[in-house]
Design a protein around this ligand. Structure first.
Ligand code: NAP
Ligand code: MG
Length: 499
């Protein structure tokens, strides 16, 4: 990592830094360089990446293994102090980090700045959790037995994260892993190495002992098998696509490794005739288009009660057409580019599939590439799609929403649940009874009433049902489930002499 002291302290970076992995507290690379590019201007190289190979990944796991005994023996509140210092460092560098994040991932600066702030808050939250009770006592059958159970760290944890929340998702996995005494080998997505180096640097500068957190800047296809299959790895926490997640789960099952998966979504919103339509349209637009639709929790299908369909569509189209697509660093931009060329191919492929299947784009419908060739697409609203067509059933991961008319609540909820996914779901209604019914009927891990499907708070459990998740929930106090195991302890004490 070739950054000067001043650059590190300000969060600013040299014109084109070279980024490396960190293993056992040392920067490491294989000498194979690739370019980290700006999706708003693909000719611009944001950083050079010295890509890790499987050998470096194995060293990262071994370094984590070597650091585990001392780290897990350290009092939890002392581990929490380290997280608190990392939060302070990250907070002091937030502006520079958010810029680098926007330049490599494409998220508008307001969103990337908000996400860095979320990472700071998550670190502080889990620092606080290190002061919480770590077990419970049980009344024993015997008068001379003291019986208790406490949570203990699992060991070496591999953490594999996607590019769409390049600092929030890694932090909400790494912070609890470390707080509860585990050591970590972390592989961020290939296209967001700069944000990853910023987070890892803040944690290491906060005083983590060497090897407690190891960063592997390698390709999933090259280092994934080692990170999941190495015999020292006790648990794997993964967020990303269903295909990769299921393969990881199969490999881990064969070895009895603990696994937590957060995968895709095809999140529905129901707009009922008694909803506040202005509010519903604003919330659906946020859920569908912010982060250029690249959220697992994005709103992708909207079931609208027939009598208000036209009015809702017009309101949503007006918002879509008013939101500016452009340079993520320009403060007036609402939608940046898609994060990569392959995302661009995927999303424009869905726009074409929608048109081919007979749907009509009433807003957007195509690419919005400028002379710089950035991976821009227009926020798109489809109507007239068959409920079983590709755009209405498959995760798109772009700023594309499909409106489907329904005759009433029953048809709406049936359609909402008619998906292999079950991450988030919303209903817009002013009828409390109907809202409560939806709460009960919805097959989703997160249900929102009169709120967009995206957007979650860090102190509450997060995760889905059906194909969207596996293993215990992330975030909040529930994060402890995954990153610790019970140890049950029987202490036999001799009765006082003379008793
Ligand atoms: P992805 O291709 O599955 O990548 C996710 C991570 O897995 C990346 O770090 C990737 O590395 C790595 N990976 C790829 N192949 C691997 C392998 N064989 N073994 C181990 N790791 C491997 O997903 P993505 O395209 O980056 O992200 C989009 C997906 O993530 C969407 O489906 C979205 O719904 C889901 N997502 C879910 C949540 C949630 O909380 N439920 C949140 C955000 C995103 P490389 O980058 O090097 O390929
Ligand atoms: Mg990928």
């Amino acid at each position: 990592m070739t950054q000067t002291e001043t650059e590190r302290n300000t969060g600013a970076v040299a014109a084109v830094p070279t980024l490396q992995s960190s293993v056992g507290g040392r920067w490491r690379g294989s000498g194979r360089l690739t370019a980290d590019i700006n999706p708003a201007n693909p000719a611009e190289t944001v950083a050079e990446v010295d890509v890790a190979d499987a050998g470096i990944a194995a060293e990262a796991v071994l370094a984590a293994g070597a650091a585990f005994r001392d780290w897990s023996a350290r009092p939890a509140p002392a581990r929490g102090e380290g997280l608190r210092r990392a939060a302070d460092i990250l907070s002091a560098r937030a502006d520079g980090i958010a810029r680098d994040f926007s330049r490599e991932e494409g998220k508008p600066l307001a969103e990337s700045t908000g996400e860095v702030g979320r990472a700071v808050a998550v670190l502080r939250y889990f620092a606080g959790q290190t002061l919480e009770p770590d077990g419970e006592t049980y009344p024993s059958q015997s008068p001379t037995t003291f019986l208790f159970a406490r949570r203990e760290p699992v060991g070496v944890v591999s953490i594999i994260t996607p590019w769409n929340f390049p600092i929030a998702i890694p932090t909400w996995k790494i912070a609890p892993a470390l707080a509860y005494g585990n050591t970590v080998a972390w592989k961020p997505a290939e296209i967001v190495p700069h944000t990853a180096v910023h987070l890892a640097t803040a944690l290491m500068e906060a005083g983590l002992p060497d090897g407690v957190l190891n960063l592997v800047l390698g390709r999933g296809s090259e280092v994934g098998d080692v990170l999941v299959g190495h015999p020292e790895v006790r648990a794997v926490s993964f967020t990303g696509s269903n295909a990769v997640g299921r393969a990881i789960q199969a490999g881990a099952a064969a070895r009895g490794t603990k696994v937590q998966l957060e995968l895709g979504g095809k999140n529905p919103a129901l707009v009922m005739r008694d909803a506040d339509l202005a509010h519903a349209a604003e919330q659906v637009a946020r859920g569908a288009f912010l982060s250029t639709g690249q959220k697992c929790t994005a709103t992708s299908r909207v079931m609208v009660e027939a009598p208000v369909f036209d009015e809702f569509r017009e309101r949503l189209v007006a918002i879509a057409e008013s939101w500016k697509v452009g340079d993520p660093l320009d403060p007036s931009t609402k939608l940046g580019p898609l994060a990569s060329e392959s995302q661009f191919e995927t999303v424009t492929g869905y726009l074409e599939a929608g048109a081919r299947d007979g749907a009509r784009a009433v807003a957007g419908g195509g690419a919005a590439r400028d002379e710089g060739g950035g991976f821009f697409v227009q926020p798109t609203v489809f109507t007239g799609a068959a409920p079983d067509s590709r755009i209405a059933t498959e995760e798109i991961f772009g700023p594309v929403v499909t409106l489907l008319p329904v005759s009433g609540y029953e048809e709406g909820v049936r359609m909402a649940n008619d998906t292999v996914y079950g991450l988030t779901a919303s209903i817009f209604t002013s009828d409390l009874g109907q809202a409560m019914r939806f709460l009960h009927d919805s097959h989703a891990g997160v249900v929102k009433i009169n709120q967009e499907t995206a957007g979650v708070e860090l102190q509450a459990p997060f995760g889905g049902v059906k194909e969207s998740s596996s293993g215990s929930r992330e975030q909040g106090k529930t994060a402890r489930e995954f990153f610790t195991e019970w140890k049950t302890v029987y202490i036999e004490h001799v009765p006082p002499s003379g008793a």
